[in-house]
Design a protein around this ligand. Sequence first.
Ligand code: MG
Length: 369
Amino acid sequence: MTRVLILGCTGSIGVQALDVIDACDDLELAGLACGTRSAEMRAEAVRRGVRHTCAADGGGSVPHTPDLATLIDETAPDVVLNAIVGSAGLRPTVAALERGVRVALANKETLVAGGEVVSRVRARTGAGLVPVDSEHSALFQLLEGRDAATVRRIVLTASGGPFRGRDRASLSGVGPADALRHPTWDMGAKITIDSATLMNKGLEVIEAHHLFGAAYDDIEVVVHPQSTVHGLVRLVDGSVLAHMGPPDMRVPIGYALRHPAPPPPRDPVELVGMGLTFEAPDTAAFRCLDLAVAAGRAGGLAPAVLNAANEVAVARFLAGDIGFLDIADVVERALEDVPDGPGDELEAVMAADAAGRERAAAPAGGVRA
Ligand code: MG
């Protein structure tokens, strides 16, 4: 029996993880944590007889999210599924890994902001980390057990989001409702906007760099609108391995929770009559992809600033405060002032995160010094 603690249980991934646990006899729910929807979480906890809960708004059995470490101690899970949105997920990831508890990571911001922190803790405790992000789950499965000398490059696929094919000029007037209409994936608001700007793929490049130890030159992005091929691995002999599956997050969730056991069988992908296409991303219309990769290459605290600024910019876009194209501008401006120092110390990363948030919250032209 694998006991699972779910952080972010009321979000899209959290709810689908509960589905996966219901469907698998060898998975058991150990505890629940959420951000603000604590009434929903409490109802779920009562229904499932779960005693240990934690909510950021104080509505759980453990009072506040800084005490997620306490929740981990109380529940003693085999695996923590981290489905928190944003860099708020970094501390609990580190708390679990420090205790030697395996993490199923659906919080990509953890690795974007604190990839080096995570590597250092894992090197010390040996705790496992399995990605839940669909592309990384695919690459993880393709690379597992493979001799690294046979691998030339890894390729992340992107759906292209709702605005694929549109030029920059046509994007100036799009609003939150347009951007939230994702063609293939049903996800939470933050990641859906990130998907529309291609920032999501930029964050995923940084995530892949840390997860697989791949150099940025060895990570490629292709747009694949059908969202059927989730990852590709180019081998040195010229062949390419592909991982295919339905666009359903329960597949990577199930894999991450049960790893190293095989995932439960799923409906096969409908391949007959399906045209699979691949095209280069339009980085002129969607500037966030290049901004993210540049921050990843710069290293240090730049990815933490990028991620924090993006979180604020997306919130401002959703609130109607800035336009769609302004998201990249806000992030770019925040990156003009990155604190010096290495990126492998948790408190320095959180301070850079706070600085990035402050710059991104400032009105254009009036960035506070
Ligand atoms: Mg993804």
